[in-house]
Design a protein around this ligand. Structure first.
Ligand SMILES: *[C@@H]1O[C@H](CO)[C@@H](O)[C@H](O)[C@H]1NC(C)=O
Length: 474
């Protein structure tokens, strides 16, 4: 449960780094503060500021203390709102003099759907049709409470901002002249991003969610909708409780209308009445879910704006691409291409009038990637997890990305080509360095030769010892 690597780096002119707390900073009930953990992040924040890098901190990224899950049911229980608020208050108190950009949650969609509905991610619960909605309800309340705490207690002194980071793919109608598909794509967006942005910017869940989930709950003979309801007071409390909108975005789907027969069992996915498709021609550099569809990013950003969330300040908090499993090639041409295409489409969206204020790439280092563990590598830097000191090696994209951010965009085609060439030259030597790493070689030797040899010797020695014992008995 303890992950030490800050997740991601980024910029747009003034450099900034976005990271999440992974060390436990206090006991779940708040009676003890882990000063060692506080010191770790104090040092990290100070070092960033010394290097003119603005820290943007996520308070919660899939790291609920286990005891709160086991004893109280985690985000199924509304009492998490207060526990989370205590934790956030500690962070504001200890780090808020230097941290001015706070995100309460990163990807609450995934926390709710994959944690409490499909069970793919921790805590692995399969509460189909209710688990995700209830978890999300409490996540939204927790966010709002933390925003109000900051607003009341800290904002006048610390002058920072509190936002949230929502992750969503873009859903393009399969047939853009078919009203059913257009409406299905609209539902895809509302069930994904609107689910959270709706309450925070409009004060309630999107109308289409209330309608669909309500109707289906009725068909199942339930007395009330499976989608929880905010009271009038809660709506007022939640609306506007967000200083900026963080967005994580990686890929796109085609969406078509699909009626699920009733009796299929209730679930978040059945509630939406749609099917997701992909174009087999889209490049899929390394991951079965991540297709590179840059134009989807521009449409996504524009749609967020059109949804009249008041054209909020947008911080792109996650965008990037992994590589093939166990790949150790540092010449990551596909990543350079992905960044170039996606950042370019984002810049077009800025020209369209979308209020994008910052971009942070996902991610600085290879890190622990949900249920994929260390097998899926998103880093600009390769981390050798098999080696004791976890050495880091720059991939070609480091050089490339460095130039994009120091130019704050793309100067011209010729210069871009030369960036790419230089990056590729640099990665050849990194590749050699990685291959020649004595520690890595040593580690492999340990597992391939030393371990079996030691095991064989142990077995032999015990056999001799037993023979010796038997003889004495006889
Ligand atoms: C919710 O959490 C509280 C502790 O804050 C606990 O007393 C209560 O039993 C929990 N409810 C459920 C249903 O687990």
């Amino acid at each position: 449960t303890k992950r030490f690597y800050p997740h991601s780096i980024g910029n747009v002119r003034e450099g900034c780094v976005h990271f999440s707390f992974c060390l436990e900073l206090m006991t779940p009930a708040g009676e003890h503060v882990n000063e060692k953990g506080i010191r770790f992040y104090n040092d990290l924040i100070d070092k960033l500021l010394d290097n003119k890098i603005t820290p943007m901190v996520t308070l919660y990224h899939w790291d609920l203390p286990q005891v709160l899950q086991e004893k109280y049911g985690g985000w199924q229980n509304v009492s998490m709102v207060d526990y989370f608020n205590d934790f956030a208050s500690l962070c504001f108190e200890r780090f808020g003099d230097r941290v001015k950009h706070w995100m309460t949650f990163n990807n609450p969609w995934s926390v709710a759907v994959e944690g409490y509905e499909t069970g793919e991610h921790a805590p692995g619960l399969k509460l189909k049709g209710t688990g995700a909605y209830r978890a999300a309800h409490h996540l939204i309340k927790a966010h709002a409470k933390v925003w109000h705490t900051y607003d009341m207690k800290w904002k006048s002194k610390q002058k920072g901002l509190v936002g949230i980071s929502l992750t969503a793919d873009w859903g393009e109608p399969v047939d853009t002249s078919n009203q059913e598909d257009i409406r299905a794509a609209e539902r895809y967006f509302q069930f994904y991003l609107g689910w959270y942005a709706g309450p925070l910017f409009h004060g309630d869940y999107p109308q289409v969610m209330k309608e669909y989930i309500g109707r289906k709950s009725g068909q199942q003979g339930l007395g009330a909708s499976r989608l929880p309801v905010f009271s009038a007071q809660e709506k007022t409390y939640i609306r506007g409780a967000c200083d900026f909108l963080g967005l994580g975005h990686f890929t796109t789907r085609y969406i078509t209308q699909k009626n699920y027969p009733s009796g299929l069992g209730d679930s978040y996915f059945v509630d939406r009445d749609l099917a997701e498709l992909v174009d087999p021609k889209w490049p899929d550099p390394g991951s079965e879910w991540l297709y590179s569809v840059p134009w989807g990013f521009r449409r996504f950003l524009n749609y967020v704006k059109v949804q009249s969330y008041g054209n909020p300040m947008i911080y792109v908090t996650e965008n990037g691409v992994p590589e093939k499993k166990y790949c150790t090639d540092l010449c990551d041409a596909w990543r350079m291409q992905y960044y170039k295409d996606y950042i370019n489409e984002m810049l077009k969206a800025v020209r369209d009038g979308v209020n994008v204020k910052a971009y942070t790439a996902w991610s600085l280092l290879d890190s622990f990637e949900w249920d994929e563990g260390y097998s899926q590598r998103f880093g600009l830097f390769f981390v050798d997890f098999s080696s004791k000191n976890k050495p880091r090696y720059p991939k070609a994209s480091v050089q490339f990305y460095k130039r994009i951010i120091s130019s704050n965009g793309f100067p011209n085609q010729r210069e871009m080509e030369s960036w790419k060439r230089k990056a590729e030259e640099a990665c050849f030597s990194s590749n050699q360095l990685l291959a020649a790493d004595p520690l890595r070689g040593h580690k492999e030797m340990v597992s391939e030769i030393v371990v079996p040899t030691v095991c064989t010797l142990c077995v032999l020695l015990s056999a001799i010892f037993f023979m010796f014992l038997l003889r004495r008995r006889l």
